[in-house]
Design a protein around this ligand. Structure first.
Ligand code: ADP
Length: 184
């Protein structure tokens, strides 16, 4: 049973690794960024509410993402395990997840922190060319990461759930290292 959270700055490769490993373990890959992008494309009520935040590189309000994560983790494909990518992104989301999981997950969750130097991140993000990947928005997303998401590294380290992986290596090498840490 694998329940995994990917931590790391934008551009660290969370989405790529989560996709590969979710396939490998046959468990769902839950990306809050993907769910929000889909909602924005469809202009659903969630998408309309999220749009201006995503466009500016700000975090979408906690309540919106927490509701969507709770709903997603209630789907019938989740009891076999899951990989969360892009959530939690601040301490209050992490506390919310804790409470949510205490209700249904007796054993723990692993947290993988992907470490990548800033200059590598920026060039990866600029190369990706997504709508929210302009230089100004990227800079803001990295700032938001440092201010709000990076504190989660200590949050999970103190609880001995954190494992760090050098994300500045080939895709395959990163996958192999995560795999070895999660099911040795
Ligand atoms: P990246 O990994 O490049 O930051 P994501 O696809 O994870 O990209 O997220 C894109 C955007 O979606 C974020 O910049 C943010 O606006 C919004 N978002 C995604 N997940 C969350 C979350 N857990 N809390 C708040 N906003 C989020």
């Amino acid at each position: 049973m694998t329940r995994l959270i990917f931590l790391g700055p934008p551009g660290a490769g969370k989405g790529t690794q989560a996709e590969v490993l979710a396939n490998h373990w046959s468990i769902p890959h839950i990306s809050t960024g993907e769910i929000l992008r889909q909602a924005m494309k469809e202009r659903s009520p969630l998408g309309v509410k999220a749009q201006s935040y995503v466009d500016r590189g700000e975090l979408v309000p906690d309540q919106l993402v927490q509701d969507l994560v709770e709903e997603r983790l209630n789907q019938p494909d989740t009891p076999s395990g899951w990989i969360l990518d892009g959530f939690p992104r601040n301490v209050s989301q992490a506390s919310f997840l804790d409470e949510l999981l205490q209700k249904r997950v007796p054993d723990g969750v692993s947290v993988i922190n992907l470490e990548v130097p800033d200059e590598v991140l920026i060039s990866r993000l600029l190369g990706r060319g997504r709508k929210d990947d302009t230089e100004e928005v990227i800079r803001r997303r990295l700032e938001v990461y440092r201010e709000q998401t990076a504190p989660l590294i200590d949050f999970y380290r103190e609880r001995q759930q954190l494992k760090s992986v050098d994300g500045n290596q080939s895709l395959e090498k990163v996958t192999a290292e995560v795999q070895k840490l999660v099911d040795p």
